[in-house]
Design a protein around this ligand. Structure first.
Ligand code: ZN
Length: 259
């Protein structure tokens, strides 16, 4: 049988399917702590955005870019956003410096269908507050607590491969009440050694877009190097883009390829 007529192995079909429709991910970071705090710089020498982007870049079905606050239009021009399926957001001390024009632009793209993954202190970002329409406030304590994120929806694509919980040896404490609208899906709930609990992984729909908030990631701890945290963010980028059917198809292909 000529080579071209041979049936392709099924794994090759899955791989080709994934590569034929790459998800375009942009990782946005305010990129301030890493340049002023040696502890943060030691964990994230190239910035939190590069630490978040690195595991995503290993996936053949992703096209990954980064953007930071100091770039023109914070790296989020009309063209950049038009070429983004999923935007990941990390910000903390410079929320107020993010231009309202850019926030309105990102919000519009979410309503049009772009996925948005908001991490940790991004709960107080202008974009998250605008989309939630709530205070987004919470209780917090600078701490070295152990955090355990209990997996409430093991069958959910974002929780795929996570098992019953994620344990982080040291993290900042966030506690309830968290000023958010009731989530469409609550995927993780955190427990801290101080006894507090927190809704730490939740999704909402706004317009045609989907939003996932994921709590861990205080800058003075190496949280984004933790394989399970990387896995959740990797899962979320697929879940948050395009249609539900397409994201599930993506997930099935990736899981089969990993076997
Ligand atoms: Zn923090």
């Amino acid at each position: 049988m000529p080579e071209a007529d041979r049936p392709q192995p099924i794994t090759q079909v899955f791989r080709l399917h994934l590569q034929s429709m790459p998800v375009r991910v942009t990782v946005w970071n305010e990129f301030r702590h890493e340049r002023t705090d040696p502890t943060v710089a030691a964990h994230y020498p190239h910035g939190i955005h590069e630490a978040l982007a690195a595991p995503l870049r290993r996936e053949s079905d992703l096209v990954v870019g980064t953007a930071t606050l100091e770039q023109p239009e914070h790296g989020l021009s009309e063209a950049a956003l038009a070429a983004t399926d999923v935007l990941i957001w990390w910000g903390h001390k410079a929320h107020a410096e993010v231009s309202d024009v850019v926030v309105a632009r990102v919000r519009q793209r979410v309503l049009e269908g772009m996925g948005l993954i908001v991490l940790h202190s991004g709960h107080y970002s202008k974009i998250f507050k605008a989309l939630m329409g709530d205070t987004c406030s919470l209780r917090w304590r600078v701490a070295t607590d152990k955090e355990r994120l209990w997996n409430l929806l093991p069958s959910h694509p974002i929780a795929a491969g996570i098992g019953e919980c994620i344990e982080l040896p040291r993290e900042e404490m966030y506690g309830e009440p968290f000023g958010i609208p009731t989530p469409d899906e609550l995927i993780f709930i955190s427990w801290f050694t101080g006894g507090e609990v927190f809704r730490s992984g939740a999704t909402w729909r706004r317009g045609h877009g989907r939003i996932f908030y994921f709590r861990p990631g205080h800058e003075t701890f190496p949280t984004y190097h933790h394989p399970q945290i990387q896995r959740v963010i990797l899962n979320a980028r697929s879940e948050e883009h395009t249609s539900e059917l397409q994201s599930r198809l993506h997930l099935v292909c990736r899981l089969l390829l990993e076997k």
